[in-house]
Write a protein that binds this ligand. Structure first.
Ligand code: HEM
Ligand code: HEM
Length: 382
């Protein structure tokens, strides 16, 4: 083995050290910002997808870096430093190496068990698998919480060790005035210049490929079409929640999270199909004072604006027509998974007085509350 003392890190080690330092600090900041955002926010979703991409990139770079380390000698700690410092430097470097693997792997474990089961696409293009043996876990919610905690502890340890690492590097440079910091710094010689330029070029190229890939290859979400629907009105009659079910309703919808604005939704409810466990209520519903079924056999909803700022949630605004009376109505529509079947659900409150429902027989809310909840659900086909 070549016994010439190594005085500097070589260009590959320096390039990897600073590229990874830059990426990891970014990841720590993005990670903390991400978890401080609302669970349903689109920004949190987008940041998490990029966090996963760069996290996996760090894991791959860590493998390269470990390979470099086991095949090369690193400069030794200054001879005149006390023994405890030799030990602390070695121990902290070993721990940093360990965390370069533990931090991303705990993140990977966390997304592999997530009950949301969101696939990972590096740069939105290259599929990255979940850890296979973890996807078998039955209680995913508690496993996710556990791994999220491991990830938080690992990245917390990384932050603490990094602070110590930077303090030590600065102490060597400013107080001991030795070469510990400068030997990890790029020099101005031509070869280092070329390495750095090469790296900057590769990163820029990687970003361009990622952006082009994102724009062209990102699988766009298919339209979701409405299937069978169910509509209920829940009225409070003498203090008791009384459900009125409409057995005949139809929903026409085309919902697309990628272009919510071009989504459509309309619904028709046949008012004569209303039934209730409360026979008195059921008996009076077709009357002129209530739905006036003879003159207005249908109640309708027509969406005028659809937005989506969270995954699987659409904000719908439109016109609700009951008894021929139009009023604007807004509500949140959520896409949920029920035993493998996608369903859209939502509810909103209407003011029955605004639609002249029961104003002759129940003009006040004493017996039948003025606010009535309308709840709906329909199956989704893609
Ligand atoms: C060195 C690489 C990584 C660093 C430094 C890092 C850092 C962080 C940090 C600081 C947080 C916030 C933790 C908290 O305070 O709760 C976080 C959260 C998260 N990380 Fe990472 N991460 C890395 C790699 C990964 C990888 C590879 C994945 C997945 C493939 C991942 C997935 C996640 C997810 C899903 C969360 C959100 C957890 C939650 O909602 O509670 N991370 N990360
Ligand atoms: C997350 C960011 C960082 C990580 C994970 C990290 C990790 C490491 C590791 C594992 C080594 C040992 C290299 C080896 O022997 O193979 C090292 C060396 C070094 N790092 Fe960092 N580092 C980070 C950020 C920084 C920063 C911000 C500074 C600047 C103040 C710095 C200064 C140094 C110096 C001067 C050395 C050489 C130490 C010596 O020669 O004994 N590092 N770093």
């Amino acid at each position: 083995m070549n016994k010439t003392p190594v005085t500097r890190y070589n260009n590959i080690a320096i390039s990897l050290h600073w590229l990874m330092a830059f990426l990891i600090v970014g990841m720590l900041v993005v990670g903390k910002v991400m978890v401080s955002l609302d669970d349903n926010s689109t920004l949190r979703f987008t940041l998490t997808q990029w966090h996963k991409t760069f996290g996996v990139l760090i894991l791959l770079l860590s493998v390269c870096r470990l390979l470099w380390r086991v095949t090369h000698r690193a400069p030794s700690h200054p001879d005149n430093a006390p023994a405890w410092e030799h030990f602390a430097a070695n121990a902290s470097h070993i721990l940093l190496y360990a965390l370069l693997f533990i931090a991303p792997i705990t993140g990977w474990m966390l997304v592999s068990v997530s009950p949301l089961n969101i696939d990972t696409y590096l740069f939105n293009v290259i599929p990255w698998p979940h850890l296979p043996w973890l996807t078998e876990i039955v209680d995913k919610t508690s496993a996710e919480a556990r791994f999220a905690q491991f990830h938080e502890i690992a990245t917390g340890a990384l932050i603490a060790l990094l602070l110590l690492h930077v303090a030590a590097a600065l102490k060597h440079h400013l107080i001991n005035k030795d070469t510990v910091l400068t030997r990890m710094m790029p020099t101005r010689d031509a070869r280092t210049g070329q390495t750095m330029l090469g790296m900057a070029f590769s990163i820029a190229l990687g970003c361009i490929v990622a952006v082009i890939g994102y724009a062209t290859l990102k699988p766009s979400a298919p339209d979701m079409q409405a299937g069978n629907s169910a509509v209920r009105a829940i009225a409070t009659v003498m203090g008791e929640a009384t459900t009125i079910s409409f057995s005949d309703s139809s929903v026409t919808a085309s919902l697309n999270p990628d272009s919510a604005q071009s989504s459509q939704l309309s619904a028709i409810v046949n008012t004569s199909s209303a039934t209730s466990d409360n026979m008195q209520v059921q008996g009076s519903l077709p009357d002129a004072d209530w739905f006036n079924v003879a003159a207005h056999p249908q109640a309708t909803f027509e969406a005028t604006q659809i937005d989506s700022n969270a995954e699987n949630v659409f904000n719908i605004a439109g016109i609700l027509t009951i008894k021929g009376i139009d009023h604007p109505q807004e509500f949140e529509l959520k896409i949920i998974d029920e035993n493998g079947q996608k369903m859209a659900t939502g509810e909103f409150i209407v003011d029955r007085a605004a639609y002249q429902l029961g104003l002759d027989s129940q003009p006040t809310g004493d017996y039948v509350d003025i606010n009535v909840t309308i709840a709906f659900e329909f199956t989704i086909t893609q």
